[in-house]
Design a protein around this ligand. Structure first.
Ligand code: F6R
Length: 240
């Protein structure tokens, strides 16, 4: 596990974008595993800037996202499909046909999970971008999710619902369930790049990097992956 500590969110975002840009330059057909949330927004801004300046093209890149809320259609402004278009896809030359997320509005959620797992078999991520939940979740794999899990319907914990309520007008509007790539799907990526910032993540960062490997802190599983880079700002790293 390589841990890079940065001064602040901006430096974290810049360094993370440099890693993605290198991957895409070396392999223009790279498969990017992507995440939503506040953590990667700055990185996505830097990727858009690099595209605009002609430094990198995403024309042949494809993407698979970690998760999606259940019950929100792709055009709902809090859906992760909307988030990805708004924060990244609309600002680069990626072909939208090559972008993939689980559908939160599928009538048959199990069939949708099966579809996504089959897709992931054919699209092994060259890099999987992750954020970190304050409770140690990765994707929406909440504490006590088995490490062998694959894409499934998950119930969000109260702490995640509370964390995510900042983006909704009231906590009652936060969906209670999501479809999430499983821990096995994440660990299957060739490499992992986590971005994490803020004091509220410091405890989870310490457990992930230095604690025992336990399903009680899902991100601790990353200690078992051979190519993990964690870029965290000094607040998130304050307990290391
Ligand atoms: C998002 C995701 C989540 C977030 C995590 C951190 O697709 O899978 O695991 O990465 O909840 O969220 P932020 O970055 O908003 O603190």
């Amino acid at each position: 596990m390589k841990v890079i500590i940065t001064e602040n969110y901006d430096e974290m975002s810049k360094k993370a974008a440099e890693i993605i840009i290198d991957i895409v330059k070396n392999n223009p057909k790279a498969i990017l595993g992507l995440a939503t949330g506040s953590s990667p927004i700055g990185m996505y801004k830097n990727l858009a800037k690099a595209y605009e300046s002609g430094e990198v093209s995403f024309k042949e890149v494809s993407s698979v996202n970690l998760d999606e809320y259940v019950g929100l259609t792709a055009d709902h402004n809090q859906s992760y499909a909307y988030f990805m278009r708004d924060n990244l896809f609309n600002h680069i030359d990626i072909d939208l046909k090559n972008t993939n997320l689980p559908s939160g509005s599928a009538a048959d959620t199990q069939a949708e999970c099966d579809r996504y797992n089959a897709l992931l078999e054919t699209k092994k991520q060259d890099v999987q971008v992750l954020g970190l939940g304050s409770n140690g979740h990765i994707g929406f794999n909440e504490p006590n999710t088995p490490f062998g899990s694959v894409t499934q319907l998950v119930d969000l914990t109260e702490s995640t619902i509370k964390d995510n309520s900042r983006l909704f007008s009231s906590i009652d509007e936060v969906p209670r369930q999501a479809l999430s790539m499983g821990i096995k799907n994440i660990m299957n990526a060739k490499s992992i790049l986590m971005v994490v910032s803020g004091k509220n993540k410091a405890e989870a960062v310490r457990g992930m990097v230095k604690g025992e490997i336990t399903t009680a802190l899902p991100a601790s599983v990353l200690q078992l992956h051979p190519f993990v880079t964690i870029i965290c700002d000094k607040d998130a790293a304050s307990l290391l």
